[in-house]
Design a binder for this molecule. Structure first.
Ligand code: GDP
Length: 460
């Protein structure tokens, strides 16, 4: 558990989205949570909430200065068995924004202060309910775009990553303990420390961490999504493909070349990959100054995108514009889409297949072949091997800690190979453990912790 000291006051926030809804929830947490809640909520036919043993739902009325605002249900949780580890009351009101904000104002007048972003989850961390990587998983769960991202986040929330990291740390701690004994009592007849055994432990730890590091890109593709651009010359079917993927007429589809002049953006889930997708103006040589701006923007989008969906018209021969596109895709992760397979084929696909990582024949108009496109995108992003149950690094912070741990293991292995004194090996082992514990949050500094929670929304 973290050693960071924190002041314990009572906080409150709206935990549901800031929009009208069927229900809206105000969360109150802290030592005075039930006192604060009892000042704004009176249970019908029950004694005040302050006497509640917890784990109960109460029906009653929410009031502000004796004006009844709403009928509500209040859930009561008693420390330490709540999300935050503190006494908590959750008021479920009817979800109007005015009503929720007014009730929240009443809660503040009753003695709570506004919660900072992520403060409920931060308290769960500070009270030892969850580790730092689990807190990050909560964030992942909230922002998950699809089933697999949600499954991976839930798996992390249940501790898959911290279990893996703790297992590695345990081995290194055993080495460190032996080394510490040797450093403190070099003349004593301490259990023989074999350099070979230590090296094997370090190598094993490095293998485990390398697997996690390799999982990062795949995890990013599933949890954060991949920036992708749909490119191609005019009229090959880019907008039709975009509309097929987004499921509605987001782009303007017309039979006239050069109609999509701006870049249109949308997040779509293809297989298990969330694509942050841009449909661009058609790439072609043009004298029209307005169209040229669109073409230049499309080229920039292509260069910046992590994945390119390069669209070609299968019912037409390869044109000079198509060849220029293939040139532009060099060095980019490209999935080539040969569109309009419902029409007689004329395109020589060989040069396209050579330039792209994957080639898919489909009809954007009918949707035939969409399943092949999903599979090709998964293969191109490497997520076809994605296992949501495996431990995985999901944030840059976790990756940075993991990389540092590996660097210290490398230094330790070097020191052992070069028969440098065991003191040096001991320093490396301790620094490695520190990086691993920073990852799980067991030894994270206050600024690291603050940074993790600053990215949360208020009410979580
Ligand atoms: P863009 O300029 O590349 O965005 O192309 P559009 O999506 O606007 O499509 C240009 C024309 O091709 C339109 O008339 C579409 O209906 C047509 N089109 C798009 N996809 C297909 C397809 O799979 N089969 C056929 N036959 N026509 C298509």
């Amino acid at each position: 558990m973290s050693e960071i000291v924190h002041s314990i006051d009572t906080i409150a926030a709206i935990a549901t989205p800031q929009a009208a809804g069927g229900l809206g929830v105000i969360r109150i947490s802290g030592p005075d949570a039930l006192l604060v809640a009892s000042r704004v909520f009176s249970p019908v036919g029950e004694p005040p909430l302050t006497g509640s043993a917890g784990y109960r739902a109460y029906y009653g009325k929410v009031t502000d200065n004796e004006t009844v605002l709403d009928e509500a249900v209040c859930l009561v949780f008693r420390a330490p068995r709540s999300y935050t580890g503190e006494d908590t009351a959750e008021l479920s009101l009817h979800g109007g924004l005015y009503l929720l904000r007014r009730a929240l104002g009443a809660v503040f007048n009753a003695g709570a202060r506004p919660a900072e972003p992520g403060e409920f989850t931060k308290r769960a961390f500070l009270n030892g309910r969850i580790g730092l990587s689990e807190a990050e998983a909560v964030m992942g769960l909230i922002s998950a775009h699809g089933e697999q991202a949600a499954a991976a986040a839930l798996n992390a929330l249940e501790g898959s990553l911290s279990r893996e990291i703790n297992a590695v740390a345990k081995d290194i701690i055993a080495v460190s303990a032996q080394l510490a004994a040797w450093v403190d009592y070099p003349d004593e007849d301490i259990e023989d420390i074999s350099a070979q055994t230590m090296k094997q432990t370090f190598l094993r730890a490095k293998d485990a961490l390398d697997i996690l590091l390799n999982s990062f890109d795949m995890g990013q593709a599933v949890t954060q999504g991949v920036s992708a651009a749909i490119v191609g010359r005019p009229n090959v079917g880019k907008s039709t493909l975009m509309n097929l993927l987004t499921g509605f007429d987001r782009s303007i589809v017309t039979p006239y070349a050069g109609t999509t002049r701006d870049a249109v953006e949308e997040t779509v889930t293809l297989g298990n990959v969330a694509l942050r997708l841009t449909d661009t103006a058609g790439l072609r040589e043009t004298d029209d100054p307005v169209e040229r701006v669109g073409v230049e923007l499309a080229m920039k989008k292509l260069q910046r995108a992590s994945l390119v969906l390069a669209v070609f018209d299968g019912s037409d021969e390869l044109t000079a514009d198509d060849i220029r596109l293939l040139e532009a895709c060099k060095g980019k992760l490209t999935v080539a889409v040969i569109n309009k397979t419902d029409l007689p084929g004329k395109l020589d696909t060989a040069p396209v297949a050579e330039a792209a990582a994957e080639l898919v024949e489909m009809s954007a108009a009918s949707g035939k072949g969409l399943d092949r496109l999903c599979a090709a995108v998964e293969r191109a992003c490497g997520t076809d091997r994605f296992d949501p149950c495996a431990a995985m690094l999901t944030t840059e912070r976790q990756r940075d800690c993991c990389k540092r741990a590996v660097r210290w293991l490398d230094e330790g292995i070097d020191a052992l190979n070069n028969a440098v004194t065991l003191d040096a090996v001991s320093v490396c082992a301790d620094a490695c453990i520190e990086a691993l514990f920073e990852l799980t949050g067991e030894k994270a500094s206050e600024s690291v912790v603050n940074e993790v929670f600053a990215r949360f929304c208020v009410g979580k």
